[in-house]
Design a binder for this molecule. Structure first.
Ligand code: FNR
Length: 382
């Protein structure tokens, strides 16, 4: 039996295995962008185009990947981005990912619309839990969700603002996935092919939007969807950032920023950090690649708040690229889900191992012993 590192030396190997192992609708949910997948592909093209100029003659080096963000020390500048319906890709995936994150000393950010609750995931994440918020309309409901996340040990809150309206997500529709009703129908159709997966996931599927079940008073998918649509805001305004600043005792990050103007405004209203992202190309097919938006945000903020980056990261070299362009920390979404769908807990561990090991290697090739040295002048090829 080959070891995992030889079977899955790259994230693309985990993705290929995941595609064979999970049903088509779950794969399409995980892997797709929106419209023609232009923004998703552009994230990759733009990252590939960032060239770093190596320096040599520095003697032997051993890179230090550790860093501190919002007062917490992390083992590497990479975290697990929030992914809705995570348990749809693999039963219990949220807890597995949180466990990998805690052991690897990296953040795990639980989505508001995951299939497990903060109470279930918080202990698995230990000191490394973050919570992503889709904003409830009602302040009471908001405070209750926030209290649950905080009491479950999650110390950083990410408010997602880049879904002003649902995106069309044509590939998901073609594959028959919709939160409306399709999830359970598709699961049933899968039972004949992979019964254990389907049964476990169907149990989990009942609890999709698990955090919200408490308020909706139903586990029926259509009822949950209606509750979510009516009681949550798609497009919060700046006063919502201020309200969160009042309600949340920990660090507050705004996720989904692509313009310098929005970055400055949210920091003005009390955000502690700005998360540059185009949602992995899943929302607006004309959005710029997040890596192109990053330097403009970094320049505008000029050190006033840390800048987090995601969208397209598939290698440790990509993390080095983002840090060279001024990011303080990176996240990845799909890579960890590919891992868990390919090989369960061991696959999640392998995804993290690939990203860390490749970042270590990229730093050696580039000639940087610390993460700060990745930003050296002249490091980016013109
Ligand atoms: C997401 N993303 C996301 N973001 C968020 O704030 N809340 C959510 O519930 C979700 N759900 C979600 C589901 C799936 C299947 C994907 C792939 C992504 C976006 C996610 O947090 C992150 O921004 C992107 O995944 C980053 O791009 P990469 O790393 O997947 O290329």
């Amino acid at each position: 039996m080959q070891n995992l590192d030889d079977r899955f030396p790259a994230i693309s190997d985990l993705a290929a295995a995941a595609k064979c192992r999970i049903p088509h609708f779950a794969w399409e949910y995980l892997d797709s962008g929106t419209t023609d997948d232009v923004a998703m592909r552009a994230n990759r093209t733009a990252l590939d185009a960032v060239r770093l100029v190596p320096r040599f003659l520095k003697g032997d080096q051993s890179p230090d990947l550790t860093c501190t963000l919002f007062g917490q020390e992390y083992g590497a500048p990479i975290g697990m981005a929030p992914v809705g319906l995570t348990g749809l890709m693999w039963p219990g995936a949220e807890a597995m990912l949180a466990d990998t994150a805690r052991r690897g000393r990296i953040p795990y950010c639980l989505s508001t619309v995951a299939a497990m609750t903060p109470e279930e995931v918080g202990p698995a994440a230990g000191d490394y839990g973050w919570f992503q918020l889709y904003p409830p309309r009602d302040p009471e409901l908001r405070r209750d969700v926030l209290a649950r996340a905080w009491e479950s040990g999650m110390k950083v809150l990410a408010l997602t603002v880049d879904i002003p309206a649902p995106s069309r997500r044509e590939r998901q529709r073609r594959a028959g996935l919709s939160i409306q009703a399709g999830v359970s129908r598709q699961m049933l159709s899968h039972i004949a092919v992979r019964p254990r997966w389907a049964l476990a996931t169907a149990r989990n599927g009942k609890a999709t939007l698990a955090t919200i079940v408490k308020y909706a008073g139903t586990t029926d998918l259509e009822g949950l969807r209606r509750f979510f649509t009516e009681r949550f805001i798609h497009n919060p305004d700046l006063s919502y950032v201020e309200a969160l600043r009042q309600d949340w005792p920990g660090a507050l990050v705004v996720k989904g920023i692509l313009s310098a103007e929005d970055a400055l405004e949210v920091v003005e209203r009390g955000a502690d950090g700005v998360w540059v992202s185009n949602h992995g190309g899943r929302q607006f097919d004309a959005a710029p690649p997040a890596i192109e938006a990053l330097p403009r945000v970094v320049e505008a903020l000029a050190g006033r708040a840390p800048v987090i980056f995601d969208s397209g990261i598939r290698t440790g070299l990509d993390i080095a690229r983002a840090l060279a362009l001024g990011a303080d920390f990176c996240f990845a979404g799909r890579p960890f889900l590919y891992g868990v769908a390919a090989a369960g807990q061991a696959g999640a561990d392998q995804a993290l191992h690939i990203l860390r090991d490749d970042l270590d290697n990229a730093m050696r090739q580039f000639g940087a012993e610390t993460l700060a040295e990745l930003r050296r002048p002249g490091g980016i090829a013109p």
